[in-house]
Design a protein around this ligand. Structure first.
Ligand SMILES: [Zn+2]
Length: 167
């Protein structure tokens, strides 16, 4: 439909106006189809933040959307959409601890840097409170984020769920 409207408007405008409008000028139908396909794909970063399946970026990895519930760590064994397993081997997520450690360190350094600008002197209680907030307060977020990043290193995107074979 978009293609049709684009073509009709460019034809109309080229008849009405002495110059031709650049919109859709050099874009073929194949290009438009490619652009539409690109639009239906989910980017890596949003898929990691939302903890989506690395293969199709559509199915959820975790059973509950609520981060601060008891079930925050409960995962589906397979992607509900494409069937990709979320635990390729036993103990797969031990490696996610390194990711979590890296993320926590990064946030901690950013907090200390921010504190450095905000207060005259950084005291031990400030550092301790920052660590407690980052480690405990952000625990569910870090847990999910590190697992999502970790699995995305090993399993790559294959396309929208409807276009790839179910595993
Ligand atoms: Zn999937």
């Amino acid at each position: 439909m978009l293609v049709l409207i684009g073509d009709i408007t460019s034809i109309l405008f080229s008849k009405i106006l002495p110059y031709r409008i650049p919109l859709y000028q050099n874009v073929s139908i194949r290009d438009l189809k490619f652009m539409a396909m690109k639009n239906s794909q989910v980017s890596l970063l949003p898929s990691i933040i939302k903890a989506k399946c690395p293969r199709c970026r559509e199915g959820n990895m975790f059973t509950t959307g609520n981060l601060y519930s008891r079930q925050f760590s409960d995962m589906y064994p397979n992607c509900p959409c494409c069937g990709q397993t979320f635990e390729p081997e036993p103990g797969f997520y031990y490696g996610a601890m390194y990711v979590s450690f890296g993320l926590s360190t990064g946030i901690f350094l950013a907090v200390i840097l921010a504190l450095n600008f905000l207060v005259e002197e950084i005291t031990l209680p400030m550092v301790l409170i920052s660590v407690i907030i980052i480690v405990l307060g952000l625990l569910p977020i870090m847990f999910r984020l590190s697992r999502a990043i970790w699995i995305n290193i090993f399993i790559h995107y294959e396309g929208p769920c409807s276009d790839i074979p179910r595993k």
